[in-house]
Design a protein around this ligand. Structure first.
Ligand SMILES: Cc1ncc(C[n+]2csc(CCOP(=O)(O)OP(=O)(O)O)c2C)c(N)n1
Ligand SMILES: [Mg+2]
Length: 282
């Protein structure tokens, strides 16, 4: 069925789903012995709000439906999150998650378009997803289709120049149906953004590029949905929601240690993580 219309949030259901998705990410990366659990946990609520908050128009059993909204995971290293949510949404069986990063598996460490239903773009080389998203918008215009495109960006990813080329072009083309969400967890691979390549003042930067800019608590479904609804109402400029998040959200010792980027938990750590995720209190 298409999860397309309801805009109300069933918070207990969503919170339960967030717990399950976090466990899916943990299991898949621990089994694979590699991957990006902390980057994936950072954006669980964001991606769930899109797919299960009545935001995205999609038909999981008809993934190529021309009128569907597109979701592009530009920070492609969070592939375990994308796969887990797509599985929950019914694009494929959850057992596929067990094949993460196996040789010849379609469930690769970074998403590859065409290998799994629902994967709209090949990403992982950071910086490209916003350009791809804008391309979808312009293509839709040629075909008289008014779908929206949602792009999830990383903050470290915004250090890539191509992001700003796309930002400039999207404003130029008045791409009102392009909505970016920035997973602003304040860390990239090697350390804090403020040290590696400072992005602030971020709101002003995006605004000066001609975007409609708001901020949200990236772990709060209601906050995200409010901002997404506002963005949907903007028709003459692209929108970005700067979502404040915590890298590794849900597992305290990962939240505190950025060196977990690109590192799976070992079985002992995974057992501790499971305990914490199971007893989530936020
Ligand atoms: C073009 C490019 N340069 C470098 C990398 C290596 N790399 C993978 S993840 C990452 C950090 C990304 O940080 P951020 O966008 O903040 O994502 P987070 O994991 O914090 O969500 C880097 C530099 C890459 N994948 N692509
Ligand atoms: Mg980051």
């Amino acid at each position: 069925m298409s999860q397309s219309v309801s805009t109300s949030l069933d918070l207990p259901v969503l919170r339960d789903m967030a717990r399950e998705v976090r466990l899916d990410i943990l299991d898949a990366t621990t089994r694979a012995g590699s991957g990006h659990p902390s980057s994936s946990w950072s954006a669980v609520e964001i991606v769930l709000t899109l797919f299960f908050g009545g935001v995205l128009r999609y038909r999981s059993k008809d993934p190529d439906w021309p009128e569907r909204d597109r979701f592009i995971m530009s920070k492609g290293h969070a592939a375990p999150l994308l796969y887990a949510v797509l599985a929950h949404a019914g694009y494929f069986d959850r057992s596929e998650l067990n094949r993460l990063r196996e040789v010849d598996s379609p469930v690769q460490g970074h998403p590859i378009q065409g290998m799994m239903p629902g994967v709209e773009a090949t990403t992982g080389s950071l910086g490209q997803g916003l350009s791809v998203g804008l391309g979808h918008i312009l293509g839709g215009r040629l075909n008289d289709l008014d779908y929206r495109v949602y792009v999830l960006l990383g903050d470290g990813e915004c250090e890539a120049g191509q992001v700003w080329e796309a930002a400039m072009a999207a404003a130029h083309f008045k791409a009102g149906n392009l909505i970016a969400i920035l997973d602003y967890n304040k860390y990239q691979e090697t350390g804090p953004i403020s040290r590696e390549m400072a992005l602030e003042p971020l709101v002003e930067k995006w605004r000066s590029f001609g975007w409609h800019v708001t901020e949200a608590d990236g772990h709060d479904f209601a906050s995200l949905l409010t901002r997404l609804s506002e963005a949907q109402a903007v028709s003459d400029q692209p929108s970005i929601i700067i979502a404040h998040t915590v890298k590794g959200k849900g597992v305290s010792f990962v939240e505190k240690d950025f060196t977990f980027h690109g590192r799976a938990l070992n079985p002992q750590q995974a057992a501790l993580a499971r305990e914490e995720i199971d007893h989530v209190t936020w």
